[in-house]
Design a protein around this ligand. Structure first.
Ligand code: IMP
Ligand code: MG
Length: 175
């Protein structure tokens, strides 16, 4: 059992997610965006967020993985691609946390080749200080410092995703 301290409780998270949903609803009036869940981490955020966007949506899912444990850094693999046709559509990518920004940069570049009208990013958390590539987070839940976080979809060695709150791992072995 790893030790952790709670940073954001369930109510605080839900309040912010409602605000983000309202903001996206306003910005996309008259549009029908394709909203993409970046698996696995964004799954709970995505489920709560989309329920708070009062627009006709198409939802879809993608999964990417980076080889961050090996020596080759920044190597991305697309494990599961969206099936939606995004040409001529507005796309919103929903991510759990933007860290170096490499995952999103890779996926945004791939999606732009399919000629969407726009691609925007909605991230639950932003670790701004860790950014290595230029990525704009258009909608951000919370700006957090550099600790390693778990819960609300996020894992530590594939554990703790199901926790309904966000917590910081105390003394993580690897991050
Ligand atoms: P990036 O490509 O460096 O921006 O990596 C982003 C991905 O790393 C996120 O989607 C998460 O899956 C993972 N990640 C980064 N920081 C954390 C954390 O503190 N807890 C859990 N996962 C994290
Ligand atoms: Mg992720």
């Amino acid at each position: 059992m790893d030790e952790y301290r709670i940073l954001l409780d369930h109510e605080t998270i839900q309040k912010r997610v409602k605000e983000l949903g309202a903001e996206i609803t306003r910005d996309y009036q008259g549009k029908e965006p394709v909203v993409i869940c970046m698996l696995k981490g964004a799954v709970y955020f995505f489920a709560d967020l989309t329920k708070n966007i009062k627009l006709p949506l198409m939802i879809d899912f993608a999964r990417l993985s980076s080889y961050r444990n090996g020596t080759a850094s920044g190597q991305m693999e697309l494990i599961y691609d969206i099936t939606a046709k995004i040409e001529g559509r507005d796309v919103i990518l929903v991510e759990d946390i933007v860290d170096s920004g490499k995952t999103l940069k890779y996926f945004i570049e791939l999606l732009k080749k399919r000629n969407p009208i726009s691609v925007k990013v909605c991230a639950f958390l932003d670790k701004k200080e860790r950014r290595e590539v230029d990525i704009t987070v258009d909608y951000m839940g919370f700006d957090i410092p550099c600790g390693f976080v778990i819960g609300y979809g996020m894992d530590y060695a594939e554990k703790y995703r199901e926790l309904p709150f966000l917590a910081e791992v105390i003394n993580p072995l690897k991050a």
